[in-house]
Ligand binder design. Sequence first.
Ligand code: FE2
Ligand code: FE2
Length: 215
Amino acid sequence: MNSEEFVQEMLEPIHAFCRTLDAQPPAYSYIPLKSDEERIRVMKSRLFNELRAADLFGTWLKTTPELDVKATMAESAHEEMTHAQLLSKRIQELGHDPFDYKPLPAQIAMFNAMEGLLDTCERIAGLSLAGETVANYLIQMCLKSPAVPEWIKQPYRRITEDEEGHGSIPQQFLKRYAVTPERQDRVRRAVAMRMVLFPEYLASLDRWAMGKAAW
Ligand SMILES: [Fe+2]
Ligand SMILES: [Fe+2]
């Protein structure tokens, strides 16, 4: 399969999942939330994601031989830290402690699973292609929704500038490097894994943020 077709095939289930979120926006998008207490819970959970993403990009530098990917990962590690700073500042301004958050079990599982990915292409596929595509889709939903207060939209407008700026980079890297059957198989599995784990995290964030369950 040529690499263009391959990447399009990988994007299909990701885009299909995004479309399912339209009808019922998750807590992650802030749209269904009714109180600032709920909104702060989601922001703390998403702050954890920014920090964990920065950790992963940084951790992977040493084991990424492809120089262009390595350079992008280094930039991404810095960007994710900037996002973490924006969110932690906003949480503090609202009078809360950004760092008293205990990550949800499904959230820990999702990041630990990604940390176990060893090949450049499967890392890009799991963290960036599958994860950031869904995350960016939900940020756009959030920014467009009149149900989300301005104090939440502010930091995300800054975050989305970064994320949109490099939206197609994971696709370019996969077209360049996922060119053997072995690598394509790893990518396919990494996308499938993330598409199992991400909805599980979103569902537990729904339950916890809206006060219906411990996680
Ligand atoms: Fe981010
Ligand atoms: Fe990101």
